[in-house]
Design a protein. Structure first.
Length: 259
């Protein structure tokens, strides 16, 4: 079975080719990083994977199923969750409520409807209790106990990034897409995020595909790396192989890799 593969993917916006014939495969259980300069096409690739953009050409295969043409909510139900480069939380809801929204694909009665409308002994009420227990596990994992009831709009940026990660985990994905999980974080917060990503991989068994500009973090945490520039693949391999690749040095450091 093919766990996850992108085959010949291209994406055009009018005359602009944002992604040009990109192919790669992610093995189950690994951390696979996607790197490249700003404007290389990384987020566009994520948007094609989770159904925000229909690709111009090519296929996205997950567990032997072609995802192209499927809507984001359907892809989430299949088992792919995502965080975003810009935080997408509900500022006037608290931490628990935001993470609880990640459980919507499992709910038969609607988010919060069960406990609020039908009481704890009803099917709907019992359903919500089960989902809240799962959310509490995520809150414990990410050490968010102290902000469980806080409105997220007033929380520090680094905490909000953790809450968004928690909401993605609440969907119990097989594949987790992380779009710049360390963006805007200080050194201590980045180290914490590295720790949690490793726990997600090792303890929860979730496969991770990430975009990240912090190269130290990428080299430290990734099993394999794909480098793209101007929408095209320029290198793929282990961290050691990719960081020494001449095309990667050219893309990041200059024409001859020394400037």
């Amino acid at each position: 079975m093919t766990f996850f593969a992108v085959n010949g993917l291209s994406m055009r916006f009018g005359g602009l080719k944002a992604i040009d014939d990109v192919s790669f495969e992610v093995r189950e259980g690994e951390v696979y990083a996607l790197i490249g300069p700003n404007g290389a096409g990384k987020t566009t690739l994520f948007n094609c994977i989770n159904g925000i953009y229909p690709p111009t050409r090519g296929t996205v295969i997950f567990k032997d199923k072609n995802l192209c043409g499927k809507k984001p909510d359907r892809i989430a139900k299949i088992g792919i969750a995502r965080t975003f480069q810009n935080i997408e939380l509900f500022a006037h809801m608290n931490t628990m409520e935001n993470i609880m929204l990640g459980r919507h694909r499992f709910m038969k009665t609607g988010v919060f409807h069960g406990g609020l409308m039908w009481g704890r002994r009803s099917f709907a009420g019992k359903e919500e209790i089960r989902h809240r227990r799962k959310v509490e596990e995520i809150i414990d994992l990410l050490e968010l106990q102290s902000v469980r009831k806080n409105m997220v709009g007033g929380l520090p940026y680094g905490i909000q990034k953790k809450i968004e990660l928690g909401r993605a985990l609440a969907a119990e994905p097989s594949l987790l897409l992380l779009d710049e999980p360390c963006a805007g974080m200080n050194t201590e917060e980045k180290q914490d995020m590295i720790f949690w990503i490793r726990d997600i991989q090792d303890e929860l068994g979730i496969t991770i595909l990430l975009i990240e500009h912090d190269m130290n973090m990428v080299m430290d945490i990734s099993d394999r790396i794909l480098a793209i520039n101007f929408g095209q693949v320029i290198a793929e391999g282990t961290p050691d192989e990719v960081q020494r690749h001449p095309e990667v040095l050219k893309a990041y450091l200059g024409e001859d890799g020394t400037t």
